[in-house]
Design a protein around this ligand. Structure first.
Ligand code: GDP
Length: 450
């Protein structure tokens, strides 16, 4: 896309009383002058007729012209408010499509141009779409706050702090004179504060997203440990097919339920293990993906059997995921011991029985607590977008890595970690040349005319 071309699109759905045709780009003024008979003065609405190429009237309407840079896109822009009929929209679109230098805008192109022209950062551009699609009052408020730049201001602050930590260290690393001073302890303290603020922001973001969209909870474990039975026990009905033959759950099952007021989608996956069966191995691949995409993993092990190599393989594949360990079949003789603090393999853990129902209530409590730690109802919904939450989590772990590297006096590694943290903050705002795919993928989901 070049910003030298001029684009147009209908910004409203057809069928209302009025519809708005938008035109943006260097030829916007000339186009309006050509198709509209009214007087054109920037930011003054005027009444006139839009005409076809032969001078015949298409509709009588109002129009306004915004002169660059004082417009939504930062370019010359025109808006024509015509009557809301399909016939008017079709005729006017035809007329504009035939004009020289004019083409139909892509989905989200007006907002994308606003971003590319520096009128708004990425987070604010995303808020435009969130606001357009906001269904609930909470979402509307969060999107508007984000659009007005409250989120951007906070993230810019974090970004600048990471940048200055990086600059201080870079200055020291690049100095040949031996004069530059660097205090690793002070840098670590600053990184620590930055990491903890970032964590709070990400957690609140996770919270508001989960309350809005629900959480995906994947039930993961090797075959026959009792995954399907556990799903049934949580749902209190027979949904998954329970069999004593390993590998019978070949696809994933999804069920929605409310866990202590949190909307949850439970996903029962096929047993994760290497298998020569092609169909089953597709299920296995899907399980791995579910584990990656889930907000929470329930890792099920069979308490009557103990850990087998397949369980250990799963354990290594879920490292770093938010996980609750479930030691199933507590009605049978148990060979698995929980740690003194109630954890298993450092995950919060619970013993359950699908037969007696033992531990199911406790499991629900653990799921809720792990999804929304320290449920703080008053926390504000500053971050609501999954892309932002993920970037914040990435920044936080980069800052933690920087702290460890500084502790080990590995200043080069600390430098790269600070750089990663800074880049993660920058990616939320779309600063410092974000990857083109990222920008494309964000605007692709927009509607036409926005
Ligand atoms: P999956 O392959 O992991 O989904 O495991 P299933 O839920 O299909 O269960 C495998 C076998 O273990 C079945 O024979 C179940 O009846 C049995 N099982 C599952 N949960 C329990 C439990 O809590 N107690 C006992 N005694 N058996 C169970």
């Amino acid at each position: 896309m070049t910003n030298n071309d001029t684009v147009f699109a209908l910004s409203t759905p057809v069928g209302g009383a009025i519809q708005i045709m938008r035109i943006s780009g260097p030829a916007a003024r000339k186009t309006l002058e050509t198709v509209f008979t009214g007087r054109i003065e920037p930011r003054r609405i005027s009444y006139g007729t839009v005409t076809d190429a032969d001078g015949s009237a298409i509709d009588s309407c109002c129009a306004v012209f915004f002169e660059a840079p004082a417009s939504y896109t930062g370019e010359d822009m025109a808006e024509i408010y015509c009557h809301g009929s399909r016939a008017v929209a079709a005729k006017l679109s035809e007329r504009l499509a035939a004009a020289e230098f004019l083409r139909l805008a892509e989905a989200g192109e007006f907002t994308k141009r606003a971003y590319l022209n520096g009128k708004m950062d990425l987070a604010r551009a995303e808020a435009v779409m969130d606001l357009v699609s906001a269904g609930a009052e909470r979402s509307r408020k969060a999107a508007l706050d984000q659009l007005e730049g409250r989120l951007s201001a906070v993230i810019t602050g974090l970004y600048l702090r990471a940048k200055s930590l990086l600059a201080e260290l870079a200055n020291y690393l690049e100095d040949d004179t031996g004069e530059a001073a660097f205090d690793p302890a002070a840098s670590m303290t600053a990184a620590d504060e930055l990491a903890s603020e970032t964590e709070t922001l990400a957690e609140n973001g996770m919270r508001s997203r989960i309350l809005r969209e629900g959480a995906r909870v994947a039930i993961i474990g090797s075959p026959n440990v009792g995954k399907s039975s556990l799903l049934n026990a949580l749902l209190l009905r027979e949904r998954a097919i329970v069999t004593p033959i390993p590998g019978t759950t070949r696809d994933t099952l999804e069920e929605s339920l409310s866990v202590e007021g949190i909307p949850v989608v439970l996903v029962d996956t096929a047993g994760i293990r290497e298998t020569p069966d092609a169909v089953e191995s597709m299920g296995v691949a899907r399980s791995r993906r579910e584990a990656t995409e889930a907000d929470l993993v329930l890792w099920i092990v069979d308490g009557s059997r103990g850990l087998e190599p397949a369980d250990r393989e799963i354990l290594s594949s879920i490292s770093g995921k938010r996980t609750v360990a479930v030691v199933a079949k507590s009605d049978l003789e148990n060979v698995i011991l929980l740690d003194g603090d109630g954890t298993f393999c450092s995950f919060p853990a619970v013993r359950t029985s699908a037969v007696t129902g033992d531990g199911i209530a406790e499991l629900k409590r653990l799921i809720a607590e792990t999804l929304l730690p320290g449920a703080d109802e008053g926390a504000e919904n500053l971050v609501t977008n999954l892309r932002h939450v993920t970037a914040l989590e990435r920044a936080e772990s980069a800052l933690d890595a920087a702290k460890s590297a500084l502790g080990a006096r590995d200043f080069d590694a600390a430098f790269f970690s600070y750089k990663n943290a800074m880049d993660a903050f920058a990616s939320i705002l779309g600063r410092d040349d974000p990857a083109e795919e990222l920008v494309e993928s964000i605007f692709r989901d927009f509607c036409m005319g926005k």
